[in-house]
Design a protein around this ligand. Structure first.
Ligand SMILES: [Ca+2]
Length: 334
């Protein structure tokens, strides 16, 4: 009898505490994905992972904004969204991009899959100017309801921060971010195991924008440094096994066209962290400093806005890769 009572009490406690951790109002998490998709293959994999989280009811993707100004980006992104049955997700592009990178794997993958995924490829792709799109999405969202995920350089987010009041909102960009978002998760910088003069790509491609975001972003920021993704690798052989039941997925076909024997999975960490933070260990609170030459460092500070993801151990890496594999090979709901 005692045992049964204990079991009932334990179940009630479990329900209570899990309910506290996972309030219904927290899910699905509303996200904006800001990316330099096409510069490397892992942005597309990260977008596939977001779609899997969306199919599981954990995420609602409000918009994809690219900092890569390549004309291939809207075509590739729409193909990927359409493959998962969501061709209507708005796509934003930077006016006067800081960088244009035509990853050929985008063209090859779109050539192969567009006809199968997009109902009518002749319909113009609804890509629009990124900053007005970001402002519109934020202005129409409830307070503190949006998390922003950044896996490219910071051009769009710095311009959003500097944007003025307009017809969609009387708030400045900084006020909108403070009112409507709760968290920014960023892949940028390097905080462990790298020489002090190292400049990470997502900072190097637009140093001023990265400095602006690091200095003035008004809500908490989680930083994934370069050292995290370099310990999260898939080989082509691992990918072949992961996608054995779903070899027609854009993520797999993109990796085949990309052709590198090994892929580091920096950008997947960003959406994965948002939903599964317990897979990672974080630094104490502090502040990320980005210098004029693009080098950066983290300084511990009481009540600091920032935290860095700590380098993953071999055991943590194995668990995270296992979860990545399941998520990116999850077929769309038909
Ligand atoms: Ca990226």
């Amino acid at each position: 009898m005692k045992k049964r009572l204990w079991a009932v009490l334990s179940a009630v406690c479990l329900l209570f505490f899990s309910g506290a951790a996972l309030r219904a109002s927290d899910y699905p998490k509303r996200v904006i994905f800001d990316t330099d998709i096409g510069s490397d293959v892992d942005d597309g994999l990260a977008l596939s992972l977001i779609h899997a989280l969306m199919s599981r009811g954990e995420v609602e993707l409000l918009a994809v904004t690219s900092t890569n100004g390549s004309p291939l980006v809207p075509r590739y992104t729409r193909m990927l969204n359409a493959y998962f049955g969501r061709p209507e997700i708005p796509i934003g592009m930077p006016r006067q991009p800081a960088q244009v990178m035509d990853g050929n794997f985008m063209r090859l993958t779109a050539d192969e899959l567009e006809v199968l995924s997009v109902p009518d490829p002749s319909v113009p792709i609804p890509a629009e100017d990124a900053v007005p799109l970001l402002r519109r999405v934020l202005a129409s969202s409830p307070d503190k309801s949006v998390s922003i995920l950044m896996t490219g350089f910071a051009t769009n987010l710095a311009r959003l921060l500097d944007s003025s009041a307009d017809e969609v909102s009387p708030l400045t960009g900084k006020e909108l971010i403070a009112q409507k978002t709760d968290l920014l998760v960023v892949m940028a910088g390097a905080f462990h195991d790298r020489p002090a003069e190292y400049v990470e790509n997502n900072i190097r491609f637009d140093i001023e924008a990265a400095r602006r975001v690091a200095q003035d972003w008004p809500v908490p920021v989680i930083w994934e440094g370069h050292e995290i993704g370099t310990r999260l690798l898939f080989s082509q052989e691992q990918l072949r096994r992961i996608f054995v039941m779903s070899a027609d997925m854009p993520a797999y076909i993109s990796c085949c066209h990309y052709g590198f024997p090994q892929m580091a999975l920096w950008d997947l960490v960003v959406p994965f962290y948002l939903i599964f933070p317990d897979y990672f260990r974080l630094s104490e609170p502090g502040r990320v400093i980005i210098r004029k030459d693009g080098t950066c460092s983290f300084r511990a500070e009481e009540n600091g806005r920032d935290r860095c993801i700590l380098p993953v151990t071999d055991e943590e890496s194995a668990r995270i890769l296992e979860a990545f594999g399941w998520l990116i090979s999850l077929p769309p709901k038909r």
